[in-house]
Design a protein around this ligand. Structure first.
Ligand code: PEP
Length: 249
């Protein structure tokens, strides 16, 4: 099977005010100097999506949100819908990030409905899955990943409207990463699962690895079969750090 066009996605989390648009500009500028063989996405805070999308318009950078509601409008004070993100110029939205699963008790079923809302708005949903350190220690990694895939990925998923991000919770923001062998076996498992469920669409879905990706480890991680890109937290906040990863693509 031909390699999928990789996706380098940054997740700024709850970081960034207007001054962070300078970082976006620097990333966009750096990306123009690299071969056009991968897609680049920055998932900004919701408050920056509109300005970031405007600033990124003439660049290779696309903009995404970090979460959306299951509904498109209504009495949900403080929430942001997928329609609203799309209206602001977003093309992607992260759903089911482990921080939201932990901080807001998001369940697999809720994540699935958020992904459905994203798809209905024309966004690509980046659905995050991954085991905790405790689950890994108990040998449950593949069982957890399988459950999350079954319950968090909607039947309407296609290669265009869904990206899967495998992010071991214990590797996020810790500087720890799984071994190449562990990433390879989990990504193979995810690919087999998606291909069995969705056929050619599942074979074409991009699978990102996330968790302490940085310039120094990006090359070996991105060389692994069925790793079709990265979801990057901390190292997406500074242009130099993010561009060091981009050079591995
Ligand atoms: C993330 O939160 O999606 C992430 C991968 O964070 P970090 O790169 O900082 O580990």
């Amino acid at each position: 099977t031909p390699a999928l066009r990789p996706l380098l996605a940054g997740n700024w989390k709850m970081n960034g005010t207007a001054s962070a648009l300078a970082t976006l500009d620097a990333i966009a500028e750096g990306i123009t100097r690299l071969p056009d063989v991968f897609d680049t996405l920055l998932c900004t805070p919701a408050t920056l999506v509109h300005r970031a999308a405007s600033a990124a318009k003439a660049s290779r950078i696309q903009i995404g949100g970090q979460d959306c509601h299951t509904g498109q409008a209504g009495a949900h004070t403080g929430d942001v819908s997928a329609d609203m993100l799309a209206d602001c110029g977003a093309h992607f939205v992260i759903v089911g990030h482990s921080e939201r699963r932990a901080d807001h008790a998001e369940t697999d079923g809720l994540v699935c409905r958020k992904a459905q809302a994203a798809i209905a708005s024309g966004l690509t949903a980046i659905i995050c899955i991954g085991e905790t350190g405790g689950e890994k220690a108990e040998g449950k990694t593949l069982a957890v990943v399988e459950r999350q895939l079954l319950k968090s990925v909607p039947d309407s998923a296609t290669a265009q409207n869904v990206v899967i991000a495998y992010e071991p919770v214990w590797a996020i923001g810790t500087g720890l990463t799984p071994t190449v062998e562990d990433v390879a076996s989990v990504h193979r498992f995810i690919r087999d699962h998606l291909a069995a469920r969705f056929g050619a669409e599942g074979a074409g879905m991009r699978l990102l690895y996330g968790g302490s990706v940085k310039g120094a480890n990006a090359h070996e991680l991105m060389a692994i079969d069925h790793v079709d890109g990265a979801l990057v937290g901390g190292a997406s906040l500074k242009a130099d750090d993010f561009l060091a990863i981009a050079r591995a693509f």
